[in-house]
Write a protein that binds this ligand. Sequence first.
Ligand code: PLP
Length: 347
Amino acid sequence: MIRVPHARPSITEQDVERVAAVVRSGQLAQGPEVAALERELAVRLAVEAAAVVASGTAALELALRALEVGPDHEVLIPSYVCDALHHAVTRAGAAPVLVDADPETLSLSAKDAEARLTRRTRAIIVPHPFGLVVDLAPFVALGVPVVEDCAQALGAPLGGRPLGATAALGVCSFYATKMIAAGEGGAVIGSGRLVARVRDAREYDEREALAPRVNAKLTDMQAALARSQLARLDAFVARRRAIAARYRARLARADCRLPVEGDRPHVFHRFVIGLDRDPVTVQAALAAAGIAARRPVFRPLHRALGLEGYPEAERLWSSALSIPCYPALADGEVEDVADSLLAALRR
Ligand SMILES: Cc1ncc(COP(=O)(O)O)c(C=O)c1O
């Protein structure tokens, strides 16, 4: 039986009360809570504006549309990432071009991105994977708009500013296990001009033209939870960093590779270790001890598409394992995970 799940949101009575107040008010759909969340996000992330939408995946798609990405365009995305990025590009009508991984940042390789640029490249999506902060400068230098995917790294600073403020547009996710949880939800952040396009695109009704549209709105119930959680973002980040530091100390001499610390202020949405054996064997040993670990990426996109030429993404997929790391984890559970992992690695 699993005693320590791989992820678990931190929910307080105040979170419950904030949602209950919205339910009692009868104003359930997008309304004042969404508008307030947009204002608070813009202030917290030091951007001109934020548009709150139904999910991080919808936010990616609408960010690309706001940048006028469409048919005949290519968008560079990592191969070693969740499928959301591929869906967002194809739904925008463009062609995803996969880029190999950077083994140090676990995001895409700037060198391989440059090699795959063509005249049709219209944007690059750069995730800060697993809460590991990536330097955007080499991507910005490629000369096409960068969409900064902050789904797993909300709350981190980059170059003295909050993450998400330096690219053409930034994207957030409020999925249940993310840095702040609303069940589902997302946002596009950036200039007022581009964010206004996203606000328009999330609506399906009351427009003269009958072009295809989506309903990508968030409810006020979810926005109330996101606002309540946003107020605790700094505390969440501090707790994740403390857990990561404890794992780093406990696993210092273990037979595994630890996340590269460098000088970047990572927020550890996941704590991903590298193994020289099949991660599934260690995952099974941890499960037998009651601890849920997971491959951090289900499978790299190039595998789904039957493509070759992604050796680093392949290596990461066959060596990486994510162990529980979230603010709701008690100190005793952190030690339990470390003890069980050390035992599994000694086997
Ligand atoms: C890097 C990244 N981008 C985008 C998404 C999509 O976010 P959502 O689940 O809110 O649609 C995810 C979800 O896991 C993600 O990890």
